[in-house]
Design a protein around this ligand. Structure first.
Ligand code: FES
Length: 120
């Protein structure tokens, strides 16, 4: 494993993704607030570019007593949505939201001294 420079921190604004390549490997580096995540840009479903999909918060049902009263977003549980068929993965872990056996391959990523680096 070795660290690879991705970009300057200010070149990756909050909510954006930077796709980098290392040989034949394509990795999506995603910034969410002050946190950075890096995943192989390859969906375990049929190989779509998962990291290039939109990111949405978890939708939760609101139940009061026995009554369904609506839905709300949980901004603390963001999902990556694969653009090909809509499989959703937890941004923090890369695991599919229903079947945790399906995972995006995760890489360590760090931001320091104005740069973003991925361990490959
Ligand atoms: S390839 Fe990603 S959902 Fe099908």
């Amino acid at each position: 494993m070795a660290e690879h420079f991705v970009c300057k921190s200010d070149e990756l604004p909050d909510g954006q993704v930077r796709i980098m390549t290392h040989g034949s490997l394509e990795i999506g580096v995603i910034r969410h607030g002050d946190a950075y995540y890096a995943y192989r840009n390859l969906c375990p479903h049929q190989g779509g570019p998962a990291c290039e999909g939109i990111r949405l918060p978890q939708v939760e049902d609101r139940i009061v007593g026995d009554l369904f009263v609506g839905q709300c977003f949980d901004e603390n549980d963001m999902h990556i949505v694969c653009p090909w068929h809509g499989y959703e993965f937890h941004l923090s872990t890369g695991e599919h939201v229903i079947d945790s056996r399906l995972k995006l391959r995760k890489f360590d990523v760090v931001a320091r001294e104005g740069g973003v680096y991925v361990d490959i």
